[in-house]
Design a protein around this ligand. Structure first.
Ligand SMILES: Cc1cc2nc3c(=O)[nH]c(=O)nc-3n(C[C@H](O)[C@H](O)[C@H](O)COP(=O)(O)OP(=O)(O)OC[C@H]3O[C@@H](n4cnc5c(N)ncnc54)[C@H](O)[C@@H]3O)c2cc1C
Length: 373
């Protein structure tokens, strides 16, 4: 069985590895001159840093975790984040016990006592205010959201807020609660190298709707991880994204500069939203460190814009329908770009594994021994 994978990010690389392991004839086509998509680890003075943004693998999905740890060594990193508010460093997500030190505590407490049982889902702002009150929302969330999204928070849907916004009373300080968490020894390219090591990859070649038939000729199945509006040359319109840009500084001789892996900066007085010190994730002990400043508003496809009217979600749905209509059931969509959703790495891996499983199942149904070694 012959399969073409369009895109060598984590979703495409996972599907490629799973299909390759099952004995399929797999080839990856990647538009960029390098593989790995959003995942990249660079070095300065021997110190790892991530020029496309900090990544921590965290999951409840045991099969995903096993898939990764069968291929690379995961360092046992637990992610901690702090937020700078009024010149103080406080835990993120906010811990109610720490908020008592804020001069606004009397207002915060009153608003917490008056919260409704169920938050309104009118838009992102109403949801957050009902979870934490107006004062806390104005300190921690509203200015960060304005910087990050370049829009009024009321223009954003409430839908993705529950995954990102939390107020804690339990003293638990790791960002994630998942049972499996870590950072790959040597960085994320070791994972991509392990996934694609046995697969032919053509780099520097894009596939779109015009070239699709020619580029995938003879393939029984195709896994498509490209952005569909670009793939169809914006035939139905453009899907908007918000991107970030990282500026990294190497500091020779320093051990650590930040108190933890990521510090959020919600204040509108700084243009950046986060500072990141990858040395906390990599566990390196040599002298020197790299601190990366994350600036929002870059022209990159990082975060799909979940508008309050659901316009963008509707357009993404229309593009997916167009793929099915024009190219039929041979094409399987996977990954953040093709699905126009923010997904974490474990979900990208899960989508890659599911695409591979669907392809193998279809092959089994058609030719009972196809696709098996
Ligand atoms: C700033 C930031 C921080 C993040 N932090 C975390 C984190 O801490 N933990 C976590 O779990 N997740 C995190 N994520 C999410 C994570 O990056 C993604 O889940 C994952 O990288 C998605 O992989 P993908 O394969 O879907 O997409 P991508 O990595 O974007 O890969 C798609 C690939 O397809 C290629 N391609 C596109 N179009 C074409 C075409 N037409 N022809 C050929 N090739 C094409 C691209 O060049 C790219 O290589 C973060 C994301 C961002 C933006």
């Amino acid at each position: 069985m012959k399969v073409i994978i369009v895109g060598s990010g984590l979703a495409g690389a996972t599907a490629a590895a799973a299909l390759n392991d099952a004995g399929a004839d797999v080839r990856v086509i990647e538009q960029s001159p390098v593989w790995g998509g959003q995942l990249r680890t660079e070095h300065a003075g021997g110190i790892h840093y991530e020029p496309h943004g900090a990544h921590i693998l965290h999951t409840t999905d045991r099969q995903v975790w096993d898939f990764v740890t069968d291929r690379v060594e995961m360092l046992p990193y637990r992610h901690r984040v702090m937020t700078e508010v009024d010149d103080r460093l406080l835990s993120w997500p906010p811990q109610v016990s720490e908020l008592e030190q804020l001069p606004q505590w009397a207002d915060i407490r009153r608003e917490l006592d008056r919260r409704p049982g169920t938050p309104r889902t009118t838009n992102f702002e109403t949801w957050c205010e009902d979870i934490m009150g107006t004062t806390l929302y104005s300190l921690f969330i509203r200015p960060y959201t304005i910087k990050q999204w370049g829009t009024d928070p009321r223009e954003l849907a409430a839908q993705w807020a529950p995954k990102r916004i939390e107020l804690r009373v339990d003293g638990y300080r790791d960002l994630f609660r998942d049972p499996y968490q870590g950072w790959p020894r040597g960085g994320y390219l070791t994972l991509i190298d392990a996934l694609l090591g046995g697969v032919p990859v053509e780099m520097g070649a894009a596939v779109d709707a015009e070239t699709f038939a020619e580029r995938t000729r003879g393939a029984d199945a195709v896994v498509l991880t490209a952005p569909l509006d670009v793939f169809f040359r914006h035939a139905l319109g453009e899907l908007p994204w918000r991107g970030v840009r990282l500026e990294s500084h190497f500091l020779p001789g320093a051990d650590h500069v930040l108190p933890c892996g990521v510090v959020n900066h919600p204040g509108l007085d700084q243009a950046y939203t986060r500072r990141i010190e990858t040395k906390w994730m990599s566990g390196q002990t040599r002298a020197g460190t790299v601190v990366s400043y994350e600036y929002p508003g870059a022209p990159a496809r990082h975060y799909p814009v979940d508008d309050v009217d659901g316009r963008n979600r509707g357009l993404a749905h229309d593009y997916r329908a167009l793929v099915a209509e024009e190219f039929g059931p041979r094409v399987h969509l996977a990954g953040r770009l093709a699905t126009y959703t923010y997904i974490d790495m474990d979900q990208a891996i899960r989508q890659g594994l599911n695409a591979a499983a669907r392809i193998l199942k279809r092959a089994d149904a058609r030719y009972p021994t196809a696709g098996r070694p």
